[in-house]
Write a protein that binds this ligand. Structure first.
Ligand SMILES: *[C@@H]1O[C@H](CO)[C@@H](O)[C@H](O)[C@H]1NC(C)=O
Ligand SMILES: *[C@@H]1O[C@H](CO)[C@@H](O)[C@H](O)[C@H]1NC(C)=O
Ligand SMILES: *[C@@H]1O[C@H](CO)[C@@H](O)[C@H](O)[C@H]1NC(C)=O
Ligand SMILES: *[C@@H]1O[C@H](CO)[C@@H](O)[C@H](O)[C@H]1NC(C)=O
Length: 460
């Protein structure tokens, strides 16, 4: 009898809990249409109001952007919120103006417990402004979606096309997963990097397709423990660590894994780049493994003389690379030199090449590899044979504008190359975070003035 009563009570409690969960959830869905967001209309205000309402909810909440085509100007969706918050984005969003005079278009700031999902598309309509930018002007173009100081987040099933500048930037974030993203822009669109990750920890990008006119994904200083898996990259400049050493106060970068990715018709596959004449920094524990290259110009490249626009004096890079593993990398190179390791003197340690099998898919010549100032540890199959020659100066596609100044044994002739193309200057300071603001991911977010903060995304 007692048992039966217990069961009855438990069942009742269970039912009650179901009812209350449903209610909380129902109450917490904030549809932008309730704030005047209409299909075909501009939702800057509706989205902001819906966000602010949801953000004030003491229980988990969700902002809903229903299917439809919308426009918005600059939108800042900011926390901290009272509970976790989601944005279910089902529509297509385009900017209101041809050119927004801001560093970004849609910004998510200072949120703990965040999810953005729903199959929606951010369409930056970049084609309207790329031409002007290509003309050489350093116009300030906004990046499409920026995630600043997100802790415990998921961004999934989201599409970003034709950003005016970067598609996504991830700054000061911790523990954020990016799944099933589709990011596209034409191969010749300037500065349209897929995802820029800086000053962030525990970031994972998985199951995504990224094809743009610049880096598919790139990592800047202060980034730790990042894993990129199952990404199809191309067209574009490949996946890049760096550029590093361009700015004082950059923080070291460590623990990056790029695994199970395909690169198709990209300028680079996996690349590490640093400036030759600037500041100290370090990158370590870098793992590039199980990668397939399809007609990639520089499948494997370390370029410590990265200097687009020749705005630097030649010299030694002060960026130290340590524990760099290239493992099980197969496929075809569009350039006879498939492996190029251009280090400064004494800056590259613990570089390992294992199970490399790359062939040249052009006519004129055999696949080769070049090294300067580095003796990689070679394990297992190595095709092309490692370090057959010192790095040649200024070969085509040398990392989108690198000029290698220290070619070890002096084997290469000096060819000057006008390399103002390819990696464009990344706008005037799209995001700025002061050095003194570093290390604040979790606790001190409220005290940061994001407008004054100083963090610079450098060259491609
Ligand atoms: C690094 O990330 C992995 C998951 O990608 C996680 O399991 C691990 O705990 C993280 N390491 C640190 C030191 O945070
Ligand atoms: C990479 O290409 C191979 C062969 O076409 C395919 O089997 C694999 O699924 C691709 N990887 C990704 C991440 O799509
Ligand atoms: C291979 O890449 C080169 C250089 O990017 C390009 O010119 C060529 O058309 C590509 N070949 C194929 C088959 O895509
Ligand atoms: C190199 O490119 C720049 C910028 O487009 C141009 O001004 C300059 O004349 C070019 N130099 C050469 C040698 O082609």
């Amino acid at each position: 009898m007692a048992k039966l009563i217990n069961i009855a009570i438990l069942s009742l409690l269970f039912l009650l809990s179901l009812v209350s969960t449903a209610k909380a959830h129902e109450g917490a869905i904030v549809d932008i249409s309730k704030f005047g967001g209409k299909n075909g209309g501009c939702i800057t205000e509706a989205l902001t109001k819906a966000w602010n309402k949801a953000c004030q909810s003491p229980t988990p909440s969700r902002v809903l952007i229903p299917p439809g085509s919308y426009r918005a100007g600059k939108v800042l969706l900011e926390g901290p919120c009272k509970a976790s918050i989601e944005v279910e984005f089902k529509g297509t969003l385009k900017p209101t103006e041809d050119q927004i005079k801001d560093d970004s278009w849609i910004q998510f700031n200072k949120i703990t417990g965040f999810k953005l999902f729903g199959g929606g598309t951010f369409d930056g309509e970049g084609a309207k402004v790329w031409e002007k930018c290509k003309g050489g002007g350093l116009e300030k173009l906004p990046m499409s979606v920026k995630f600043n100081f997100i802790t415990d987040g998921t961004i999934e099933d989201i599409c970003s096309i034709n950003a005016k500048q970067f598609h996504m930037a991830v700054v000061g974030c911790n523990n954020v997963n990016f799944n099933r993203l589709r990011i596209t822009a034409p191969a010749d669109s300037p500065n349209t990097d897929g995802i820029h990750i800086g000053q962030s920890t525990n970031i994972r990008v998985c199951d995504s397709t990224i094809g743009t006119g610049d880096d598919c994904i790139s990592f800047l200083g202060g980034t730790k423990n990042v894993s990129i898996t199952k990404v199809n990259c191309g067209p574009g400049h490949g996946i890049s660590i760096g550029s590093l050493g361009r700015y004082q106060d950059e923080e070291p970068l460590t623990g990056i894994t790029i695994k199970d990715c395909n690169f198709t018709n990209t300028d680079n596959g996996v690349r590490i780049k640093s400036w030759p004449d600037r500041y100290e920094n370090a990158a370590s524990d870098l793992h590039f493994e199980d990668l397939t290259m399809n007609n990639v110009t520089n499948p494997i490249i370390i370029d410590q003389n990265y200097c687009p626009g020749k705005s630097c004096a030649q010299g030694h890079s002060k960026v130290k690379l340590n524990k760099v593993f290239f493992k099980n990398i197969k496929g075809t190179s569009a350039n006879p030199c498939a492996v190029k390791l251009a280090c400064s003197s004494g800056t590259c340690e613990g570089v390992e090449l294992s199970e490399i099998d790359l062939s040249y898919n052009g006519q004129d010549g055999q696949v080769t590899s070049e090294c300067s100032n580095v003796k990689p540890n070679v394990v297992g199959k190595m095709n092309p044979p490692a370090c057959r020659a010192p790095v040649q100066i200024g070969d085509k596609g040398g990392g989108g504008g690198s000029k290698v100044g220290e070619n070890g044994k002096g084997g290469g002739e000096k060819k000057e190359k006008n390399d103002s193309g390819n990696d464009f200057v990344h706008g005037p300071v799209p995001y700025v975070l002061k050095h003194s603001d570093y290390g604040l991911f979790n606790h001190k977010m409220e005290s940061i003035d994001l407008q004054k903060a100083r963090f610079v995304f450098g060259y491609g």
